[in-house]
Design a protein around this ligand. Structure first.
Ligand code: PSV
Ligand code: MN
Length: 430
């Protein structure tokens, strides 16, 4: 199922006059503030977000799962789905694979298929939080932290295999998230578990190619409910620092206890040059994996504000936009996954665009003089600007749809996928 450029052009033609009017108005308003709208559009055009191979089907909870129909049944179909997203939005130019959920059988063919959709391979993700069939040892009591050396070695070996898969596809990074931890007090010796985890990570690090990065994801709880070995950014930072300069922290927005100041974490990590990337999602209570920007869009803006500030403040090339891994890590229980992902893509780019509007010099001046009310005016002025015309213009220039979800519905893409793949297909993932 491929969307033709003519279908997009026909659709856009109907909306073009309206868009031109809105863009011209915003451009004028920004001009008055000394901001060049066209330059912002170029930055937005460059900003690509990876789609995880496990987020294209309906997500489930431990209570059940409701199929959406036409879900991709294999990796090829998942790439096709990301192709649809990328054609409509021109912002999803990368895929992140979870191994062994999505092992490419023929890496070259998969790479060619992805390239035909203008999609590259982002970080590969290892999985030592589930047992696989025919696996000699169980991860029930941990993987890289396990008390038994044989289990740790099996988990290390798995990560090395994941790196090999990534090498064959052109990935340049691996993300490790461990569910290792304890459900009850006393179950683990914290210090020994952390030491064993560090030893295992250092072991994996030795196999990392020179131009690769290792991302260490943290999470305070779940599936273990008493403690997690890599519970927070501080632990992730400690491990990344001990591993070496190719190791970085990965911030998943859902992996914080309620009310944590994530933007402050981001700022500190950029300062230490240890921010590797993001898993974007939103949440009300825990790791809810909801659509990005659906619950706390202002927080997302504040995070991007720190990112843009960090990137403009540091001359370090490692802190530039394309050096971070941007990925959506969300789950779709009640919405069409493709529509949901388009909403997330829009929210991320909106927050980025708003953050680009912040008048950095005036903000710095207000901060230096402790003008707190002024600081708030500056931030909220940027946040309250309707930057959607900039995003539409970026899509227009890339030949994507002015209103992607509207076109997705108009072309009845979900129905076509159901006709092609059937109603009862189930995508691999959680
Ligand atoms: C864990 O909650 C996580 O955020 C990790 O990134 C996993 O790899 C991903 O979700 C998929 O389960
Ligand atoms: Mn994640």
């Amino acid at each position: 199922m491929n969307i033709q450029p003519a279908q997009i052009a026909d659709f856009n033609a109907r909306l073009e006059a309206d868009h031109r009017e809105c863009y011209a108005f915003l451009k004028l308003q920004l001009d008055k503030k000394g901001i060049n709208a066209d330059e912002l559009v170029e930055k937005i055009q460059d900003f690509q977000v990876a789609i995880p191979s496990w987020a294209l089907g309906a997500g489930g909870t431990r209570f059940g799962r409701f199929s959406i129909g036409g879900e991709p049944g294999n990796l090829e179909q998942k790439i096709q789905d990301i192709g649809i997203l990328h054609t409509l939005t021109h912002s999803a130019g990368a895929i992140s694979l979870h191994i062994p959920w999505d092992i490419p059988k023929d890496a070259k063919a998969i790479q060619e298929l992805a390239a035909s959709h203008d999609i590259v391979f982002d970080a590969v993700n290892s999985n030592t939080f589930q047992d696989q069939q025919n696996q000699p040892f169980s991860y029930k009591f941990g993987s890289l932290c396990h008390t038994d050396k044989a289990v740790r070695e099996q988990a290390i070996q798995h990560n090395i295999e994941v790196i090999e898969h990534g090498k064959a596809l052109g990935s340049k990074s691996i993300t490790i998230w461990l569910s290792d931890g304890a459900s009850f007090p006393g179950q683990l010796n914290f210090r020994k578990a952390l030491q064993r985890t560090l030893d295992s990570l250092q072991n994996i690090y030795q196999y990392l190619p020179n131009d690769w990065k290792l991302f260490i994801e943290y999470k305070p709880y779940e599936p273990n409910f008493y403690s997690t070995v890599i519970q927070d950014w501080g632990t992730s930072h400690l491990l990344a620092t001990e591993c070496g300069e190719k190791a970085y922290c990965l911030v998943d927005l859902g992996h914080h206890l309620p009310n944590t100041n994530i933007e402050q974490i981001v700022s500190t990590l950029i300062w230490r040059n240890k921010l590797g990337g993001f898993h974007f999602n939103d949440s009300k209570y825990g790791d809810d994996d909801l659509t990005v920007g659906s619950i706390r869009p202002y927080q997302l803006f504040l995070i991007f504000n720190e990112l843009v500030e960090g990137m403009s403040e540091t001359s370090n090339v490692k802190s530039q936009v394309n050096n971070f891994a941007w990925m959506i890590d969300a789950s779709h229980n009640v919405k069409d996954p493709l529509e949901d992902l388009m909403q997330s893509l829009e929210a991320i780019r909106l927050a980025y665009a708003q953050a680009l509007l912040v008048d950095r010099n005036t903000l710095a001046e207000a901060q230096e003089t402790n003008d707190v009310a002024r600081v708030q005016e500056i931030l909220q002025d940027a946040y309250r600007t309707d930057v959607r015309p900039l995003l539409r213009e970026a899509r227009w220039r890339n030949g994507a749809a002015l209103e992607p979800i509207e076109l997705f519905r108009k072309l009845e893409i979900r129905n076509l996928l159901i006709q092609e793949r059937g109603f009862k297909t189930v995508a691999t993932g959680l």
